[in-house]
Design a protein around this ligand. Sequence first.
Ligand code: UDP
Ligand code: MG
Length: 328
Amino acid sequence: MRNEELKTLSVIVPCYNEEKSVHLFNGAVIAQLGRLDPAKYDYELIYVDDGSRDGTMERILGFAAENDRIMYLSFSRNFGKEAAMLAGLEHANGDCAIIMDADLQHPPALIPEMLQKYEEGYDQVIGKRDRKGESGKAAFFARTYYKLVNRMVDVKLVDGAGDFRLLSRKAIDAVLSLKEANRFSKGIFSWVGFNQVYLEYENKVRYADESRWSFKRLLRYGVDGIVSFNVQPLRLCVYLGGSLLVISMLYLLYLFIRILLYGIDVPGYFTTITLISVLGGVQLISLGIIGEYVGRIYAEVKKRPLYILSAANMEPQEQKRGRNESDR
Ligand code: UDP
Ligand code: MG
């Protein structure tokens, strides 16, 4: 009778070269999940191995052999955390899912609180870290970035609120209904909306070695965040080009008046400058705009899968649902 109230929680953990911390993470998270009321919650723990080149996958296979609630998906190569999260969400069986990192930066102790909020009816329970213990430089860059981005994109991005969050089934399905190839999760999570609540947690320094994010990657991610969510940058392009045009017009006027007052110093100079500045400005704007569109269309039109699995002990939701329907 109580069975109807039994909910399944999926915990999704993207891992890339986490050999040094994944066993500690596993212990901590299993301990936490073990404390959930078994009459209310069943759980599955889904490790998504993002093409790790160290012993991460062996460790995960070890966990799965000991505990049949532990699932794994393993990528054929490194496809990035976005793809890993997507794979986890596509395979999750849960009524709700929590996405968390394998490096112990996301405290498993927050899980019960997240579930509490979920029971209160929130569809997204978002972990929000403070920036304690972080280098001043990193915090400064992050803050500036968010200020800049929030001015440009239509969705709201919150500093410290990342991928550590609980999503209800409604929210999961909504996230999965966005089929775009260029996935910027922070934006997608924010875009789908629903009732959201933030839970603060203390920022911890990464347990083993350094972040998996190189500077180049961070930069690309940052640019993605701005570009993949709307056409504001294109508008900026137009404004920029427009300002350039106005400035060059003013300059030309100034030159023209000079010519009227003092005569021509070098014959042909005026017309040459006119051609170069005005035409160059206008052409660059147009090219930039078209280029942005073409680039985006190119990525979407190829319709490549966003990841390739090399091993897994579970099936995607879609397949399962399809089969259930044909059974009937
Ligand atoms: N990660 C991943 N694929 C990648 C990079 C990272 O699955 O290409 C995982 C990583 O194993 C970790 C999480 O994503 O569980 C966050 O990575 P990291 O701690 O390096 O990022 P940060 O905490 O600095 O944002
Ligand atoms: Mg981390």
